[in-house]
Write a protein that binds this ligand. Structure first.
Ligand code: NAD
Length: 297
């Protein structure tokens, strides 16, 4: 079987390398593509086949994975004569793992030929989880399709969860991210309370870790504020995009989300101040600058 992977960024590289290992053991072939030459060359150097272009890659693959920044890139690749929909092999299945927009994905699905199966399959667990093969993947998928692909998805995901029919994967991802960003912004306020009272922030972190406030965000994000790196594995622009999608989903489902609206506003301010490519925890920098107080251990 030929497996295609397009989008070898922070997440895609880790997922592709796990699929590559699987292919090397099973005799399958991994064909990859990215417009970023360096990202592409790195994975090809490890043994994947260079797909050369989206159209050429799709023409050879029974299964396709994409990991792209946003709906803009997903749609760009999906449509047109050189696109995924026009070129994927007869009967192929496309797992779209990006954090994508429900309404835009519906447009892609509406245009897809009936011989293709499109699955919304967003992931959670960060770049380190992608490399370690410990991601969670949330699927909008029919049960019979999941049965066919469950073990392949298990190559890079420790949790493979069917959330319901098409669209359910994206909604799950946005619900999960909503809480993630609320807490991510909250750690700035918590650390600032400690810093202004001259607490040792490393000790405060260890206390939070053994309290009811413990979470992945507290465990993994706080050290990346305290060391001043703000976590370079995920871009601020992508975080701001996620918060926009979350607030739009709230509007669509008529759920009022005052916390979500406030947090989205802060991510917009941070992106305007530091740029799309700044690390996502730069959102805490806003608070540091406002209080003229760095949060460091
Ligand atoms: P990234 O920007 O690091 O990677 C995206 C890749 O897509 C890049 O290598 C880019 O060159 C490639 N690309 C863009 N346009 C392309 C095109 N036209 N053709 C081929 N390749 C193209 O982003 P990421 O951090 O890996 O995130 C990918 C997706 O996963 C996003 O939707 C993000 O929201 C989501 N996500 C990220 C994380 C994380 O921690 N980084 C966690 C969960 C979900």
């Amino acid at each position: 079987m030929n497996i295609g992977f397009i989008g070898l960024g922070n997440m895609g590289t880790g997922m592709a390398l796990n699929l590559l290992r699987h292919c090397q053991e099973s005799g399958d072939t991994l064909i990859v593509f990215d417009i970023n030459e360096t990202a592409l060359t790195d994975v090809v150097a490890k043994g994947a086949v260079n797909g050369q272009s989206t159209a050429r890659l799709c023409g050879q693959c029974e299964v396709l994975f994409t990991s792209l920044p946003s709906a803009k890139e997903v749609n760009l690749l999906a449509f047109g004569g050189d696109g995924i929909l026009a070129n994927l092999k007869e009967g192929a299945t496309w797992f779209e793992t990006s954090t994508n927009e429900l309404s835009e994905w519906q447009k892609v699905k509406n245009e897809a030929p009936s011989h293709l199966t499109l699955v919304d399959a967003p992931v959670s667990g960060g770049a380190e989880g992608a490399l370690a093969g410990t991601l969670a993947i949330f699927l909008g998928i029919d049960e019979n399709v999941l049965t066919k692909f469950e073990s392949l998805l298990g190559v890079f995901a420790a949790r493979v969860v069917r959330m319901g029919p098409s669209g359910a994967g994206y909604v799950t991802k946005l619900a999960q991210l909503h809480l993630n960003y609320l807490v991510a912004q909250g750690i700035g306020e918590t650390l600032m309370l400690g810093a202004k009272a001259n607490l040792d922030l490393s000790v405060l972190h260890s206390v939070l870790m053994s309290s009811c406030a413990r979470s992945y965000v507290v465990e993994s994000y706080i050290p990346k504020v305290l060391d001043g790196s703000y976590d370079t594995s995920f871009a601020l622009g992508l975080a701001e995009k996620d918060m926009r999608l979350i607030t739009e989903l709230g509007q669509h489902l008529e759920v009022s989300m005052p916390l979500g609206d406030k947090v989205y506003n802060t991510y917009q301010q941070a992106k305007n101040a530091y740029g799309y490519d700044a690390p996502h925890l730069s959102v805490v920098r806003l608070m540091e600058e406002q209080h003229d107080q760095l949060l460091r251990s």
